[in-house]
Design a protein around this ligand. Structure first.
Ligand code: NDP
Length: 449
């Protein structure tokens, strides 16, 4: 009766996973996307960002090498080479995504989708519009950078544009103190760009463990990043050789490029959502129940559009859960407790569970804090002045580890395993009972007294 059993709007992490799984369960699936398959993560987020992080780390690696007997030769950096190679890798991944969808008989349509009624989607591309119908519809359109309204904001760019730079600027200013801001600041600084970061609050990375946040700022400052806290941009003025930022307290800053990383808003505008009865929150996020159903019974939403944690693995899990619930007769929802996450700052951060501040709020004086601050073995011969910090938080009543945090090399790799342990309810006694992997940084997690 309908053209499709399931029609998905948006080919990012959540939409791709939901459509592929639904097709695997036997549904006839269509998917529309007006840009590229892969979404923010693959095209202008996690993947190219991580490649840029790797690129930017070489400047420190080359310096570290001197202490290990390597002599310095010409270590000049070529942005164009990095950009071309990054583009090739993103193209390769996009192609893989497409092939995977093709293999599952998901029909990919390059067009913009808009709801006409609860079963009808209008598709628009450069040639015009067409109409299709579907029994169930998924909105998986992700999010988009949001900017504050200040004079001159039109001169600012977001992380989206950074991935398309033809040349590196000499000076850059990043505004914000969240994931994207600290990651971008680390990348540019490592690539030799004079980098400033402007954050409005007392300490960057609000919501994370306070000591870890302070440590990151300390290390960023040591690396030469001009991190300014309790500071705000009031106005951006274009000048003959770049931009002048008027800051609070009559401060000024000259720069060549301004990147705003001040959060992202759901892509829910001009899609006919409210017209068909889908309720949106004041900020544009879509209300969904625990099975990702919107206020219209056959229309669902997953990923950033629902206003949860804006993380690729969350969107993927939600997409898979939705497909299992709707097309495999297996009601499934995502457990949002103890989600491990990494910030690819320099040094990187890995974290899972409660921060010390949240743990104290929840468990009061029952919280025992174990800490280890140390210099990585690699940095001894390298002579690098960088220290790592590891913390675990234990609820003394149950002996359960309720939070694990790390800032230092390999944090992202190490925290995944900690995530499993905490998810399983591991106790401090079980951490202590685990034999250390020696010599490593990870062993600190099982050696804290
Ligand atoms: P975040 O929400 O992480 O951070 C936004 C930052 O901008 C905060 O420091 C916030 O300050 C500040 N801010 C907000 N509004 C203003 C304003 N009007 N003026 C000045 N500063 C402002 O958003 P991001 O843009 O960094 O990242 C978006 C999401 O993408 C993240 O939440 C994360 O989930 C995801 N992401 C994940 C990554 C990973 O997994 N490694 C990497 C990159 C992104 P305040 O703290 O005071 O509110």
């Amino acid at each position: 009766m309908y053209d499709y059993d399931f029609f998905v709007i948006g080919a990012g992490s959540g939409g791709v996973r939901a459509s592929r799984m639904a097709a695997k369960y036997g549904a006839k699936v269509g998917l529309c996307e007006d840009y590229r398959v892969g979404g923010t993560c693959v095209i202008r987020g996690c993947v190219p960002k991580k490649l840029f992080v790797y690129a930017s780390e070489y400047s420190s690696h080359f310096k570290d090498g001197l202490g290990f007997g390597w002599s310095s030769s010409d270590h000049s950096f070529n942005w164009k080479t990095l950009k071309i190679n990054k583009d090739n890798e993103v193209n390769r991944l996009e192609e893989l995504y497409r092939k995977n969808l093709d293999n599952h008989q998901v029909e990919i349509i390059k067009a913009r989708g808009k709801l006409i009624d609860k079963h009808t989607v209008e598709l628009t591309d450069s040639r015009g519009s067409s109409i299709l119908t579907a029994s169930k519809i998924l909105i998986a359109t992700g999010s988009w950078p949001s900017y504050p309204c200040i004079p001159g904001i039109e001169y600012a760019i977001s992380s989206n544009e950074v991935f398309e730079f033809e040349e590196l600027p000499k000076r850059i200013t990043v505004v914000g103190g969240g994931y994207i801001a600290v990651e971008m600041a680390g990348i540019f600084n490592g690539l030799g760009v004079e980098t400033s970061l402007i954050y409005r609050g007392n300490e960057i990375l609000r919501g994370f463990d306070l000591e870890i946040r302070a440590k990151l700022r300390e290390e960023m400052l040591k690396k030469g990043i001009d991190v300014r806290i309790n500071e705000e941009v009031e106005k951006i003025v274009k000048t003959s050789d770049g931009y002048l930022l008027n800051l609070l307290n009559n401060n000024e800053l000259k720069t060549d490029c301004i990147v705003y990383a001040t959060g992202r808003k759901a892509n829910t505008g001009n899609m006919g959502l409210e017209e068909v009865g889908i309720k949106l929150k004041a900020n544009g996020d879509i209300y969904v129940d625990e099975y990702y159903r919107s206020t219209v019974d056959n229309i669902f939403a997953v990923g950033d559009v629902t206003g949860g944690m804006q993380l690729t693995p969350i969107a993927i899990k939600e997409g898979a859960a939705l497909a299992a619930t709707q097309f495999n007769d297996t009601p499934t929802f995502v457990n949002y407790d103890n989600i491990p996450t990494a910030i690819f700052s320099q040094p990187p951060i890995g974290t899972v569970g409660l921060s010390e501040e949240d743990a104290r709020d929840r468990y009061g004086d029952n919280i025992q804090v174990y800490k280890s601050e140390y210099k990585s073995m690699k940095f001894t011969l390298a002579g690098r002045d960088e220290r790592s910090l590891i913390k675990i938080l234990v609820d003394c009543k149950t002996d359960k580890v309720v939070g694990a945090h790390m800032i230092g090399p390999d944090s992202a790799e190490i925290i995944q395993g900690m995530g499993i342990a905490i998810k399983c309810g591991a106790t401090k006694a079980q951490f202590d009972d685990t034999v250390a992997v020696h010599p490593s940084s990870a062993e600190e997690f099982v050696l804290m007294k």
